[in-house]
Design a protein. Structure first.
Length: 110
Protein backbone atom coordinates (compact mmCIF):
# COMPACT_ATOMS: atom_id res chain seq x y z
CA UNK A 1 0.00 0.00 0.00
CA UNK A 2 1.53 3.31 -1.02
CA UNK A 3 1.76 5.33 2.18
CA UNK A 4 4.02 6.00 5.08
CA UNK A 5 1.67 4.09 7.32
CA UNK A 6 2.27 0.65 5.89
CA UNK A 7 5.35 0.93 3.73
CA UNK A 8 8.91 2.12 3.96
CA UNK A 9 11.06 3.47 1.17
CA UNK A 10 13.38 0.53 1.68
CA UNK A 11 11.02 -2.31 2.51
CA UNK A 12 7.47 -3.12 3.52
CA UNK A 13 6.84 -2.77 7.22
CA UNK A 14 4.83 -5.65 8.63
CA UNK A 15 3.84 -6.36 12.20
CA UNK A 16 0.89 -7.94 13.96
CA UNK A 17 1.39 -5.80 17.04
CA UNK A 18 -0.30 -2.57 15.89
CA UNK A 19 -3.33 -4.28 14.30
CA UNK A 20 -5.99 -1.98 15.73
CA UNK A 21 -4.01 1.09 14.74
CA UNK A 22 -3.59 -0.33 11.22
CA UNK A 23 -7.36 -0.64 10.86
CA UNK A 24 -7.84 2.95 12.01
CA UNK A 25 -5.03 4.44 9.95
CA UNK A 26 -5.90 2.63 6.73
CA UNK A 27 -9.59 3.51 6.98
CA UNK A 28 -9.33 6.37 4.49
CA UNK A 29 -9.59 9.15 7.06
CA UNK A 30 -5.81 9.64 7.00
CA UNK A 31 -4.58 12.17 4.42
CA UNK A 32 -2.07 9.67 3.04
CA UNK A 33 -4.82 7.11 2.38
CA UNK A 34 -7.13 9.36 0.40
CA UNK A 35 -7.60 8.69 -3.32
CA UNK A 36 -4.93 10.40 -5.37
CA UNK A 37 -2.51 10.78 -2.46
CA UNK A 38 1.10 10.71 -3.65
CA UNK A 39 3.51 8.65 -1.46
CA UNK A 40 6.27 11.10 -2.38
CA UNK A 41 4.58 13.66 -0.13
CA UNK A 42 5.54 11.49 2.86
CA UNK A 43 8.65 9.86 1.43
CA UNK A 44 10.09 12.70 -0.64
CA UNK A 45 12.37 11.75 -3.50
CA UNK A 46 14.33 14.95 -2.92
CA UNK A 47 16.87 13.97 -0.25
CA UNK A 48 17.03 17.59 0.95
CA UNK A 49 13.41 17.34 2.13
CA UNK A 50 13.83 14.04 3.97
CA UNK A 51 14.81 15.64 7.30
CA UNK A 52 13.01 18.97 6.82
CA UNK A 53 10.70 19.51 9.80
CA UNK A 54 8.65 22.20 8.04
CA UNK A 55 8.09 19.90 5.09
CA UNK A 56 7.04 17.13 7.48
CA UNK A 57 4.55 19.37 9.26
CA UNK A 58 3.02 20.51 5.96
CA UNK A 59 2.73 16.94 4.62
CA UNK A 60 0.41 15.96 7.48
CA UNK A 61 -1.23 19.30 8.27
CA UNK A 62 -4.92 18.76 8.92
CA UNK A 63 -4.73 14.98 9.27
CA UNK A 64 -6.64 13.73 12.32
CA UNK A 65 -3.90 11.17 13.09
CA UNK A 66 -0.87 13.52 13.00
CA UNK A 67 0.98 15.11 15.89
CA UNK A 68 2.86 13.90 18.94
CA UNK A 69 -0.21 12.25 20.46
CA UNK A 70 -1.58 11.00 17.14
CA UNK A 71 -2.21 7.45 16.05
CA UNK A 72 0.52 7.56 13.36
CA UNK A 73 3.26 8.10 15.92
CA UNK A 74 1.69 5.62 18.34
CA UNK A 75 1.98 3.04 15.57
CA UNK A 76 5.54 4.13 14.73
CA UNK A 77 6.51 3.50 18.36
CA UNK A 78 5.64 -0.19 17.89
CA UNK A 79 7.66 -0.72 14.70
CA UNK A 80 11.34 -0.57 13.75
CA UNK A 81 12.68 2.97 13.53
CA UNK A 82 12.43 4.28 9.97
CA UNK A 83 15.13 6.83 9.22
CA UNK A 84 13.36 8.24 6.20
CA UNK A 85 10.10 10.00 5.44
CA UNK A 86 7.34 11.74 7.34
CA UNK A 87 5.24 9.97 9.96
CA UNK A 88 2.51 11.88 11.77
CA UNK A 89 3.98 15.20 10.69
CA UNK A 90 7.37 14.39 12.22
CA UNK A 91 10.56 13.95 10.19
CA UNK A 92 13.12 11.20 10.88
CA UNK A 93 15.63 13.30 12.85
CA UNK A 94 12.98 14.46 15.29
CA UNK A 95 11.57 10.92 15.60
CA UNK A 96 15.05 9.66 16.46
CA UNK A 97 15.49 12.49 18.98
CA UNK A 98 12.13 11.60 20.57
CA UNK A 99 12.97 7.87 20.58
CA UNK A 100 10.01 6.95 18.37
CA UNK A 101 10.47 3.48 16.92
CA UNK A 102 12.16 0.30 18.05
CA UNK A 103 15.93 0.20 17.70
CA UNK A 104 16.38 -3.35 19.02
CA UNK A 105 14.89 -5.53 16.28
CA UNK A 106 14.60 -8.47 18.69
CA UNK A 107 11.81 -6.44 20.37
CA UNK A 108 9.83 -6.35 17.13
CA UNK A 109 9.67 -10.14 16.94
CA UNK A 110 8.59 -10.42 20.58
Amino acid sequence: MPSHIVASRHSTVTSDRPGELDALLTSGAALCRRPGADPDHWYPTDERLADDEEYAKKACAGCPFAGLGGACLKRAELLPYDNYGVIGGIGPKKRRHLGIGIYDFAEVAA
